[in-house]
Design a protein. Structure first.
Length: 705
């Protein structure tokens, strides 16, 4: 490392005030002026326990805002909004040249530019550099024990590889810096490193995570260190990188396991290095699925003891909910206790409490990695902001994050069947019609947890539906002490003449589809006014959780035609990896059981194409709003179809007197959507292209001004 690099590293570290050892909160500001005056060196930093810990925290400090997984909108933070969710409170906004900027419509139409969200690239490479400096200097710290030094080195190695993972997922293949670190703010020849191929990037991340898992000393962290990565964090990220490398976009462009003429001469052929070398594989390799499956099995069989969070069954009603939703008997799961059935758990609360802050990080056994609470510099882009934008206007929320009808239709009925009329407007569905009729004062108790005057389209749905969907007439908890209704349920209606003002208004604060989102909302959440965030309970980010791991394991196995022998991550054993129904159930059944749903049929398990669609749908439901759907659609190469479908919703122009017309599903013209080849990967900023002459732009985006 040369003198300029050392100066940059030290300057960056000491210019960072308010970085904590646990990477999440502001504490113990550094006196930057004093340190600059004293001309501190790396040797000084890394012989001090305190300063070494602060440096490690600084290396993680870039892993926020647009590099977070669960985040609100704005400035390129769009990946929580695919074909499942939308937002509507930032239209129209225009840039200096009259173009759309930072709006949902510009995002969905691909009208954003190379300057939008560019901080993700810049911050990731800064984090990579700082982590590299730490890895190559921490061994001189004699104030730490050998075990502490190796653990901290593993944490830094995780951070470095995780930044690469976030870049790969967003931008596709990226340059891999030399191990000792290169200051990415330098120009031209110093950092003229070409992009590695997708496979090379994934292999690098996997190998680094294997080494980090060897170095990190813990499978679990104590409550004060929950945001520090564990061995499980490393193995999970390793598996994710291998899965993406096995998926159609990066693995021969196969669609649903078959060659698809529509993908000829597409992004794989256009995305090349500066020397013309393809960066995405043009040849299909099934063994990549087997390698990814083995990586997920490493997590399932590891010593970390990961399992799905589940709340015990409790039929007693409390202020924040009715008596629990009991799924109908299926003759199988309904008769067994957890983990083999749902007889003794509450599927509704099991889903809701993962996200509403009721269960702390240390008490959530399915959390493999999190950045913690409000991991953003700007409160408006944090998980707290998600809640503020989901709360109804009558609770002083922004009332602007909504759900598409496609997402509503994805949820199952409580017996595991499709809702009548599912996707009928998009593609004709199965020929069934949507349910007509409404709950009344006499019959509404037959349809828990519905209130009166609610469409029967929302009756008898699976528990996850009621935990996440705010349909017309959905009950919200009012805990605002200034309200006369405080401490009670309040049905929220989205009619144009809604008495509470939650329906259509001549402003940006209304739900374009008449369907809201409850995921992440706690019963105690409220706002006293538009600027109040203090009464929203803090929620931690679920960057990687075990339900995701289980479903991806089943996905990998389903794609296999042959049997493979694959070594475990540490070489201690080998796996026989093949399309085994019993092994696929190992990934699918826990998720279905916790959701209170019956298992798939033997016929569905036996049919590869049917099961593929089932797994995709399960992911869409289970991971809604967690920033996964956006990338799933791209790695599957489904985005060109799914993201181009017209968005449907309720007819929000109708009044309460026209309630039947309100529930007639119509196109939402204010939410246009399309998809083009360039939207597979995010554009690289012009300044980065100018700085590195071997760096090529992603297909479809402009090279220079």
């Amino acid at each position: 490392m040369n003198k300029k690099q050392i100066q940059t590293a030290v300057a960056g570290f000491f210019a960072c005030c308010a970085v904590s050892v646990t990477f999440t909160n502001c504490a113990d500001n550094l006196d930057s002026d004093k340190y600059f005056e004293d001309r501190k060196t790396l040797e000084t930093v890394f012989t001090s326990r305190t300063q070494s810990e602060q440096w490690l925290a600084y290396a993680f400090s870039f892993m926020n805002n647009e590099l977070a997984d669960v985040i609100s909108k704005g400035n390129g933070h769009y990946h929580c909004f695919a074909d499942d969710m939308y937002y509507g409170d930032r239209d129209p906004q225009y840039g200096d040249n009259g173009e759309y900027r930072h709006t949902y419509n510009a995002f969905k139409l691909g009208e954003y530019d190379e300057e939008t969200g560019y901080w993700a690239w810049e911050k990731a490479y800064k984090g990579i550099f700082q982590a590299s400096v730490f890895i190559h200097n921490i061994d001189i710290n004699e104030q730490m024990t050998p075990e502490e030094r190796i653990d901290r080195k593993g944490q830094a190695r995780f951070a470095r590889a995780y930044y690469y993972w976030l870049l790969l997922r967003r931008y596709g293949p990226i340059p891999i810096m030399p191990d000792e670190g290169v200051d990415y703010t330098q120009n031209y020849e110093a950092i003229s490193i070409p992009r590695s191929t997708y496979a090379e990037c994934a292999d690098y991340i996997a190998k680094e995570m294997e080494q980090a898992a060897q170095e990190i000393q813990y499978w679990k962290r104590d409550p004060m260190n929950m945001t520090r990565p564990t061995k499980g964090s490393c193995l999970a990220t390793r598996a994710l990188a291998l899965l993406y490398a096995a998926s159609p976009l990066a693995n021969g462009q196969l669609k649903n396991g078959k060659h698809d003429p529509s993908v000829k001469d597409n992004v794989a052929h256009m995305l090349v290095n500066f020397d013309g070398k393809p960066l995405l594989s043009l040849d299909y390799d099934e063994s990549k699925w087997a390698r990814a499956a083995a990586a997920f099995r490493d997590i399932i069989e590891c010593a970390g003891g990961y399992e799905l969070y589940h709340a015990p069954f409790n039929a007693v009603a409390t202020f924040d909910r009715d008596a629990t939703i009991v799924p109908p008997a299926d003759g199988n799961f309904s008769e067994k206790s957890w983990p083999y059935g749902w007889a003794d758990i509450d599927p509704y609360l099991s889903d809701r409490q993962i996200f509403d802050g009721e269960v702390g990080m240390a008490d959530n056994p399915e959390l493999l990695f999190t950045r913690g609470y409000n991991m953003c510099d700007d409160i408006n882009n944090s998980v707290t902001a998600l809640v503020a934008h989901q709360l109804p206007s009558s609770l002083n929320g922004w009332n602007s994050h909504g759900m598409t009808q496609k997402m509503v239709d994805a949820y199952y009925m409580n017996d595991g069947t499709d809702v009548p009329g599912k996707d009928s407007e998009i593609n004709g569905g199965d020929g069934s019609e949507r349910i007509q009729g409404w709950t009344t004062a006499r019959n509404f108790r037959q349809y828990p947890p519905l209130a009166t005057n609610v469409s029967l389209q929302y009756a008898n749905r699976e528990p996850r539906f009621y935990a996440s969907v705010s349909f017309n007439g959905s009950k919200w908890w009012d805990t605002n002490p200034s309200h006369t209704t405080s401490g009670t349920y309040q049905p929220i209606y989205y009619y144009r003449d809604s008495e509470t003002g939650d329906g259509y208004t001549n402003s940006t604060r209304y739900l374009r589809t008449g369907i809201g989102v409850k995921k992440w909302v706690n019963p105690s959440d409220y706002r006293s006014d538009n600027g109040d965030y203090s009464h929203i309970q803090q929620k931690y980010e679920t960057a990687i959780r075990y339900a995701d791991i289980l479903l991806m394991y089943a996905e990998c196995l389903n794609e296999l035609n042959s049997s493979y022998t694959v070594s475990s991550w540490d070489g201690s054993k080998t796996y026989t990896v093949e399309r085994s129904v019993d092994e696929m159930k190992r990934g699918i059944q826990p998720v279905r059981i916790r959701a209170g749903l019956p298992d798939y049929t033997p016929e569905e398990y036996d049919n590869r194409d049917v099961l593929r669609d089932k797994i995709k749908r399960e992911r869409m439901i289970e991971l809604m709003g967690e920033g996964k759907r956006y990338y799933d659609l791209r790695r599957w190469m489904d985005a060109q179809v799914e993201e181009s479908k017209i968005i449907y919703g309720c007819n929000v122009m109708m009044t309460r007197a026209q309630r039947d017309d309100f529930q007639k599903i119509v196109p939402v013209t204010s939410l246009p959507t399309t998809f083009s080849e360039k939207m597979y990967f995010w554009p690289i900023r012009h300044e980065e292209l100018k700085r590195n002459y071997k760096l090529t732009q992603n297909p479809g985006w402009q090279y220079y001004d």
